[in-house]
Design a binder for this molecule. Sequence first.
Ligand code: GRF
Length: 201
Amino acid sequence: MLISGSGTNLQAIIDACHNDAVPAQVVAVISNQPQAYGLNRARAASIPAQVLDHRDFAGRAAFDAELQNLVDTFVPDLVVLAGFMRILGENFATHYTGRMLNIHPSLLPDYPGLDTHARALADGKDQHGATVHFVTPELDAGPIIIQGRVPVLANDTAETLAQRVHEVEYRIYPQAIAWFAHGRLVLQHGQARLDGRPITP
Ligand code: GRF
């Protein structure tokens, strides 16, 4: 799993793997941020945790190449981005086509990019949520696997809304990973399929 921050999604996935909700194992956690709290969560669960600091590299391509080398040493079946705050280049995305997932805190295609909760509030949306999708070279635009919706409440701030969205993230990300681990979820001809049927969110 690739992270940059607190790793609450990582924790939800570790827990789901431990209680057999997800028939998988987190084989490694890699962070581009040395201070990411998620590294502690990984170590507490006896999962190898490593830092690859993007600031140690001359450019995006050099960082991506080294990250790919590092990830491949663990021979993962699936690469899971969970709050990984670096844009990955086309080569990296292509290398892991069909075996890399991301979670984004909005109902994509609404609000790709940053500050999704504040933007949804500013637009007066009455619903918001999170999306798990296959990663493609285009940012936050890969085929959608599952979305979780929450209501936007009258007195919400970006923080309260983010908290409510997080709760659905902890449900939908383990679900998507479980589907993949069971061989039920695949990317075929650029389309996400569950049990052979195209997923239409
Ligand atoms: C989540 O909101 C996720 O949707 C986004 O980054 C945040 C990561 O939070 N991609 P955490 O590190 O899992 O707590």
